[in-house]
Design a binder for this molecule. Structure first.
Ligand SMILES: [Zn+2]
Ligand SMILES: [Zn+2]
Length: 170
């Protein structure tokens, strides 16, 4: 299910000025000043834009996040849905009240949304910039952390989680 409220179209590459190699367009300079970040899936069918700084960023080691991403943990940052635009169709898997969106063509994990609030949990791995400038402030479900991973310095450590989307994980 795609939540229409966070799905919208915006001007994509077609609106960029051409012939200005090595120079940012007026639009891009404006975006950089506003803290706009771009991301998307591997095949390009889904593009994502977030505006402004996230409310928080974290890591989760729970089984649900591991299986969603196929990775030993999932990293994310959270924005209000008013700051997030998604172009392209996604599909989602819902565990209880959380909807984990992915690209139906290439399977890339993209973001999570919840019934109970307007937060969008964007997967750090879907940003075009790597590494990002976003640092996890907390870790969830550290009881599931792989033994060869060390904890993130200065990040709060939670054995489990009280946050939506990770409550019913195991
Ligand atoms: Zn894709
Ligand atoms: Zn989780």
């Amino acid at each position: 299910m795609v939540r229409d409220s966070i799905v919208g179209l915006w001007g994509g590459d077609g609106e960029r000025e051409s012939g200005t190699l090595n120079l940012l367009s007026v639009g891009e300079r404006k975006e950089a000043m506003q803290g706009v970040r771009h991301g998307g899936c591997n095949c390009g069918a889904v593009r994502l834009e977030v505006r402004g700084e996230p409310m928080r960023a974290g890591l989760c080691h729970c089984l649900t996040c591991r299986k969603e991403t196929g990775a030993p943990f999932m990293a994310f940052a959270v924005w209000d849905q008013s700051q997030v635009s998604v172009a392209g169709d996604t599909r989602s898997w819902t565990q209880t009240t959380d909807h984990r969106h992915f690209c139906p063509s290439c399977g890339s994990s993209l973001f999570g949304a919840h019934d109970a609030d307007s937060e969008v949990e964007v997967r750090l791995g879907c940003f075009d910039e790597a590494p990002t400038d976003l640092n996890p402030e907390y870790e969830l479900w550290i009881s599931r952390r792989e033994h060869w991973l060390s904890l993130v310095a200065d990040a709060a450590q939670h054995t489990r989680s009280s946050l939506f989307g990770h409550i019913n994980a195991q």
